[in-house]
Structures are given as structure tokens and as C-alpha cells.
Write a protein that binds this ligand. Structure first.
Ligand code: PLP
Length: 404
């Protein structure tokens, strides 16, 4: 049984006050809060078995290695990867994307084309632009419509035998749109292109099945799904990960080193140079356990109720416009009050203890499309409540009164 009051007791931070008011945390698309089940795992690691992994014969090192590799197995099971070594630990989504973009430098030719979408986060735009600069390949963009959806008939026209890679996010962080990645993957594969899906916004809400999707690469960050910052994962199909060269050189990623020639370690270690965020990998596994214990179906259902309720209540405010109105969206509401800068709204909400994000949300092309400087973004998690939505709505009304 999903019981939000019960769940909230797991999150110590939700008890604090901000500016003398109870915290209303609605910036979950930027980072989620951490339950005590995950905090306990972090404290336990540093209190009891902190050690470097994979090379120690001593007990602490073996315990740390076992726990870290257990984290990898939890991620593998969670996304249903075929092999454990198809899961590469990264510092987050940005790192995973750069790892793949860098690897493709040696595989692309001048006449090749890369497709991204108009709905991307900067971290899924800039690495591909850099890749195009290095290789001479061309970047093409799937356009969007006013509802904030990608236009699939335009995507079809962009595809050709020159298309080598397609990059798209599963869910847009700025608007919450759920993209039709099944269709995108199928069509890309039909012309022989590989697909990378940015799952930073999907993993907090749904459980991806990488084999069922038949996706080539899937990346995400732990900190948006109740885990720590500076930790994430890259899933890659074994065949692709074997083809890509290593990203960084260093310890952990080698088989043998001489000054004449170095050979690389097998997967996954080939892509994991240096001492990783050991505690982060262990805590990522704990975060996955925590969310699975609540259940992703229950989470999605509850968050949808919050989304519908908040959408209805906010739209009652005259002069309020919501950007991103697709029927297929998660619990993100990007909006503006007519004639009022989003930053000013965010500042007043903060005075009331309400945390939202304002600005371009690392997705400037979307803001340019709507010809706005940015939006106010409220993003809800499964530990938010209807009374917090009410606090947001009354805060926005207050901001409107004060600023207009
Ligand atoms: C947050 C986010 C990223 C970047 O994640 P980092 O953890 O900062 O690397 C990339 N893409 C999307 C869609 C995001 O929401």
C-alpha cells in the first residue's frame, strides 16, 4: 500500500524549515532527496569498510569490492541488461554521454550524420557538437511542436544510410515530455544507426528494460533517483562496448603496462580508470532497492495524480501558461506568469520555503523555441503531497499579486 506520510518519514530533510516555513521541495528534476536507508549505507561504508577496491588482499578491500560489485549487479537487474559487464560505473549522465561520444571519434567519417532532438539537455547536445567538430560529421535535429513533443514524421525524413547515431532523452527535463523512444530506436536500427538514450529523467519514474527496448546505450545519474551525486551508470550492448576504445587511461583499466605497449582490461574495467566513487556505487544500489521496494508502478500512479491535480490548480490562475502539454508526460510543470520574470517568481517562492527551479534548465534551445528567457519549473516526486501542491499554488498567487 502506497502511503505518502509513511514514505516521508524516510527523508530527514523533509522535516526542516526554510525561511521559517516548512520546506516544500519541488526541484526533484534537478536532484532528488535521499532516504535514510541510503544515508545509512553511506555512513556504514565510511564507518566500517572504507578501502580501495579490486587490488587489496586484505579484508576491508574485499568487503568494499564485493559491495561495489553487488551495486553493479543491482543496476544490471534493474535495467535488465544481459551481462553484468555491460554496466559501466560513471560519475553521472554527463560522463556516460562523453564516454560514448569520445569513443565514436575514431568510428565516424566526414559524410556521417548524427541526429539529436530539439528537447535535449545541454549535456546531450554539446558532446555531440564536439564530436562533429572532431570528425567533420553533421548534426541534425528532430524538431518539436508547441505541445513540446518531437515530430516523428520529421524524424523519418532525417534518417538515411548516412545516419550513424541517434541521441535522444527518454524524458525531457525541461518539459517532462515522454519521448517515443521505442519508435525512435526501431527506425534508427532500420538504417543501421546506433541509439543512445539519456535516461536521467526517466529512471526516477520508470524502470527501463534495455533488452526489450533493444537500445544500444542507456545512461543515467544516481542523484535523480534517491542516490548520491557524482555517481551514475552507462549501459552499453556488449558488442558496442567492445568496439569503442577506452575513454580515460590510468589504473584499474589495464591488463598489462610496459613502455612499449599497454593492453586494456576486459569489460567493464576498460572504461573505469582510476579509483571510482566506491561508496557512490554501493549507495546507488541501495537507492534502487529503496525505490523498488515502494514499486515503480505505485510511484508512477501517485506522481500522475499529483501532476493532474497541480496542472488543474495552476491553470486556474489567470495569466499562467504551462509549457509542455503533451499527454505523455511525467510530473514536471514548466510555467510562466504573463509579464513576470521566472526568476522573480522563484525568489518569492523561496521566501515561502518552496524550492522550484527557474531559468533555461540546461535546455536553452527549448526556451528559444518558445521565445522565452526561461520558466519556473516545479517537479514532483513520490514523497510530495497534495498539500504541498496547494502551498505552491497559493505561493504563485502571492507572487503574482506582489509582482504585477
Ligand atoms: C540532469 C540531466 C542530465 C545531466 O545529469 P548529470 O547528473 O548532471 O550528469 C542530463 N540529461 C538530462 C535529461 C538530465 O535531466
Amino acid at each position: 500500500m502506497f502511503n505518502v506520510e509513511h514514505i516521508r518519514q524516510d527523508f530527514p530533510i523533509l522535516n526542516r524549515e526554510v525561511n521559517g516555513k516548512p520546506l516544500v521541495y519541488l526541484d526533484n528534476a534537478a536532484t532528488s532527496q535521499t532516504p535514510k536507508q541510503v544515508i545509512d549505507v553511506i555512513v556504514d561504508y565510511y564507518s566500517n569498510y572504507n578501502a580501495n577496491i579490486h587490488r587489496g588482499v586484505h579484508t576491508l578491500s574485499q568487503e568494499a569490492t564485493d559491495a561495489y560489485e553487488q551495486g553493479r549487479i543491482k543496476i544490471q537487474k534493474h535495467v535488465n541488461a544481459k551481462h553484468t559487464h555491460e554496466i559501466i560505473f560513471t560519475s553521472g549522465t554527463t560522463h556516460g554521454i562523453n564516454l560514448v561520444a569520445n569513443g565514436f571519434s575514431s568510428l565516424l567519417k566526414k559524410e556521417d550524420e548524427i541526429i539529436v532532438s530539439a528537447l535535449e539537455h545541454h549535456s546531450n547536445i554539446v558532446p555531440w557538437q564536439m564530436l562533429c567538430e572532431r570528425t567533420g560529421a553533421t548534426l541534425k535535429v528532430i524538431p518539436m511542436n508547441l505541445e513540446g513533443e518531437l515530430i516523428m514524421s520529421e524524424y523519418d525524413k532525417l534518417l538515411s544510410e548516412n545516419t550513424k547515431l541517434v541521441f535522444v532523452n527518454h524524458i525531457s527535463n525541461a518539459l517532462g515530455t515522454i519521448n517515443p523512444i521505442e519508435y525512435i530506436i526501431e527506425k534508427a536500427h532500420a538504417v543501421g544507426a546506433a541509439v543512445l538514450v539519456d535516461g536521467a529523467q526517466s529512471c526516477p519514474h520508470i524502470k527501463p528494460d534495455v533488452q526489450d527496448l533493444d537500445v544500444d546505450f542507456y545512461v543515467t545519474s544516481a542523484h535523480k533517483m534517491c542516490g548520491p551525486t557524482g555517481e551514475g551508470m552507462l549501459y552499453g550492448k556488449e558488442t558496442w562496448l567492445k568496439k569503442l576504445p577506452p575513454y580515460q587511461g590510468g589504473g584499474e583499466m589495464i591488463a598489462e603496462v610496459t613502455f612499449d605497449k599497454t593492453t586494456y582490461a576486459d569489460l567493464p574495467h576498460k572504461f573505469e580508470a582510476g579509483t571510482p566513487n566506491i561508496c557512490g556505487g554501493i549507495a546507488f544500489g541501495a537507492a534502487i532497492d529503496y525505490m523498488n521496494a515502494i514499486g515503480f508502478d505505485a510511484i508512477a500512479k501517485y506522481e500522475h495524480e499529483l501532476l493532474d491535480y497541480a496542472t488543474e490548480k495552476l491553470l486556474e490562475i489567470e495569466g499562467l501558461k504551462i509549457y509542455g502539454t503533451s499527454k505523455h508526460k511525467t510530473s514536471v510543470i514548466s510555467f510562466n506568469l504573463e509579464g513576470i520574470h521566472p526568476y522573480d517568481v522563484g525568489t518569492i517562492l523561496d521566501k515561502l520555503g518552496i524550492a522550484v527551479r527557474t531559468g533555461h534548465h540546461c535546455a536553452q534551445p527549448i526556451m528559444d523555441f518558445y521565445k522565452i528567457p526561461g520558466t519556473v519549473r516545479a517537479s514532483f516526486a513520490f514523497y510530495n503531497t497534495k498539500s504541498e501542491v496547494d502551498a505552491l499554488v497559493s505561493g504563485v498567487k502571492k507572487a503574482k499579486m506582489m509582482l504585477s
